[in-house]
Design a protein around this ligand. Structure first.
Ligand code: ASP
Length: 315
């Protein structure tokens, strides 16, 4: 059993063999999800609570479907109607939920570190579904599975991550994972959105997109995180598209068989040309969504096994 974590708070604490353990198990779930009977009882009797303090389309529905297919009782907390609106602190909410004995808690929060803090107050396994600009581990894992399936490997690849790196938890989790698996990671964007400090993390930083895309096996585009910007980071969206939007001309500089990725939601015509996003010979954006369910099923199964072992040892 090579997955040793109690929680999935980020990619940072994971060892390469733990990443591989999640991806290998997720492969089984890809097959199950494509079959007629998608249901298992791996999490039978367990309760999963989803708490999303920030909006989400893909991630929340993906975790919900994943839990249901594993046979868990899944509850989505309606955060709009919750006591948070009445001023309850995150910790009080966590303690209240903890008293209901959940087994898996899936949390998204606008503040970096909030999910980690919460995990210290509860007796169940916590999964980070995105905390501020810090980490979004299941996104990086689903991206890794998508890359591994498309390229046949997850090491020694030339990977370009383009756009709003500064505000992106997706970029952070991805570059941590891709480095652990020994890939060459290139970050591309204007200096306002790709601070040079990223070079200290072992990445190559490019302001010129044409230069950065050369020979890339994977081109990962990111959304401009306007909700996390508090000033003028780009001159205009038109200018940004001209310099950093992925169009055919720029993509032709990448490897001939390069794949195009985007975590969604996409701003077509801002960071990516719609025809590239829809080109099934290039874009793996829909595969990313499919892999998301499988990866979340795998992560929840591995965490639930560890939780049950801890409980059995304590009994
Ligand atoms: N859905 C991803 C996230 O939650 C990416 C994005 O919002 O741009 O971070």
């Amino acid at each position: 059993m090579s997955f040793r974590q109690n929680h999935l708070l980020g990619i940072e604490p994971l060892a390469p063999d733990e990443i591989t353990a999640i991806l290998d198990l997720a492969e089984d779930y890809v097959a199950l999800n494509r079959s007629d009977n998608k249901n298992t009882d791996v999490l039978r009797g367990l309760t999963q609570i989803n708490m999303f303090f920030e909006n989400s389309t893909r991630t929340q529905s993906s975790f919900e479907i994943a839990g249901q297919r594993l046979g868990a009782h899944v509850m989505n907390m309606a955060m709009q109607a919750s006591s948070i609106k009445k001023g309850e602190t995150l910790i009080d909410t966590a303690l209240t939920l903890n008293a209901m004995h959940p087994d898996l808690l899936v949390v998204r929060h606008p503040h970096s570190g909030a999910v980690d803090l919460l995990s210290q107050k509860v007796n169940c396994a916590v999964l980070n579904a995105g905390d501020g600009r810090h980490e979004h581990p299941t996104q990086a894992l689903l991206d890794a599975l998508t890359i591994r399936r498309a390229k046949g490997r997850l090491h020694r690849l030339n990977i370009a991550i383009c756009g709003d790196i500064a505000h992106s938890r997706v970029a952070r989790s991805n570059l941590l994972l891709l480095h652990k698996m020994e890939n060459r990671v290139k970050l591309i964007g204007p200096p306002t959105l790709v601070p040079s400090a990223f070079a200290e993390l072992g990445c190559e930083v490019y302001e010129d997109m044409q230069e950065g895309l050369k020979g890339a096996d994977v081109v990962m585009m990111l959304r401009l995180q306007k909700e996390r910007m508090d000033g003028g980071f780009i001159p205009s969206e038109r200018e940004y598209y001209h310099r950093y939007g992925l169009d055919q001309a720029k993509l032709s500089l990448a490897a001939e068989d390069a794949i195009v990725m985007h975590p969604g939601p996409m701003n077509r015509g801002v960071e990516i040309d719609g025809t590239i996003a829809d080109d099934i010979n290039r874009s793996v954006i829909q595969e990313q969504v499919e892999m998301g369910v499988a990866v979340r099923m795998a992560a929840m199964e591995l965490l639930a096994r560890n939780l049950q072992e801890r409980r059995a040892a304590a009994a």
